[in-house]
Design a protein around this ligand. Structure first.
Ligand SMILES: [Zn+2]
Length: 320
């Protein structure tokens, strides 16, 4: 077994969330992980991920040494696990340990080498309790029921989570953009019941005669957009975002809610310790800083980007 950009096991070489090889594991459908679809590589992914990417699922017979496991985060997100020659390897991709409205949280996989998403693996990146954030969203929506409320959220994953939250907590069917509505249809195909209307449909037009809640692409939603919408509809508009980053940076909106689909610092550390891994490879954002910090804690850690030739040889020689 060998790790750099690729995992070598049972004669297969599998790229992990990049398109550098011919056979690629795509952990989930967010665009920073799906280059392999654009480059038409052979892909290992969940059925849900294929469908969200607009493709019919391809049955890929994985060798028995490899399996996928739920990763939380969004519908279809998976971890990859491999076992060979008595060594165990796990790769999380983006993950969350908490259950959400639309998917179950990831299970911690026991392994010898762990490649983990280190986006939130720094001590200042802690999120408040999820129940507290949900409570704040519910109060905000109900207190502003005379207004048009527009949430900014990305179309894959966060929009569906917000739709379900608004359905369950506020009894509201929001209007969503057409690309997000297509993703909602895939969620429904896999059993996640969502109540929403697609922008441009007669049902959405009807909702827009009075106060309504909409979920739009985050890049569009801000004070200017709110102002234009208010002038067009002659009604007060409140803008909001729902993202983990709301805890750490400011957005030009009326309300920011740190509703995250990632493991924060606490949960990332919970995974690292819970896995029992002897070696940790930090992947994605903040990897060098996170690895440095883990080393200070006495954990054998390195950044994925820093895996040089010598380390690769060391891994080959049996670091696993
Ligand atoms: Zn993601």
């Amino acid at each position: 077994m060998f790790i750099d950009n690729a995992l070598r096991v049972d004669g297969l070489e599998i790229s992990l969330d990049d398109a550098s090889g011919q056979l690629c594991f795509v952990s989930h459908a967010h665009s920073d992980h799906t280059e392999a679809f654009a480059k038409k590589r052979a892909i290992i992914a969940s059925e849900e991920t294929f469908c969200i990417m607009g493709q019919e699922p391809k049955s890929c017979s994985l060798p028995s040494a490899i399996r996928m496991a739920p990763a939380g985060h969004m519908l279809g997100a998976r971890q990859l696990y491999a076992e060979a020659d008595g060594e165990r390897f796990a790769y999380t991709g983006d993950f969350s340990l908490h259950d959400s409205y639309t998917c179950k949280g990831a299970k911690i996989i026991e392994c010898d080498t762990l490649m983990i998403d280190s986006t939130y693996a720094l001590p200042h990146l802690r999120l408040p309790p999820r129940s507290q954030t949900i409570d704040k969203i519910r109060k905000f929506v109900l207190q502003n029921d005379h207004c048009i409320i527009v949430f900014g959220a990305y179309a894959k994953g966060k929009t569906q989570e917000l739709v379900k939250l608004l359905n369950v907590e506020c009894g509201i069917a929001p209007i969503v953009s057409q690309p997000a509505a297509k993703v909602c249809q895939q969620y429904e195909r896999f059993g996640v019941r969502l109540d929403y209307e697609a922008a441009g449909s007669p049902e959405a037009e009807e909702l827009m005669r009075s106060s309504f809640v909409a979920i739009m692409p985050a890049r569009m939603v801000g004070f200017d957009f709110g102002q234009r919408l208010s002038e067009a509809f002659g009604r007060e508009v409140k803008t909001a975002v729902a993202t983990g980053w709301a805890n750490f940076m400011r957005f030009p909106v009326d309300a920011s809610f740190p509703l995250s689909d990632h493991a924060d610092f606490k949960d990332t550390m919970r995974y690292i310790y819970g896995s029992g891994a002897k070696k940790v490879i930090c992947a994605n954002a903040n990897q060098e800083e996170a690895a440095e910090r883990l080393r200070r804690l006495g954990i054998d850690a390195c950044a994925k980007s820093k895996l040089g030739k010598r380390q690769k040889q060391a891994i080959l020689a049996g670091c696993f």
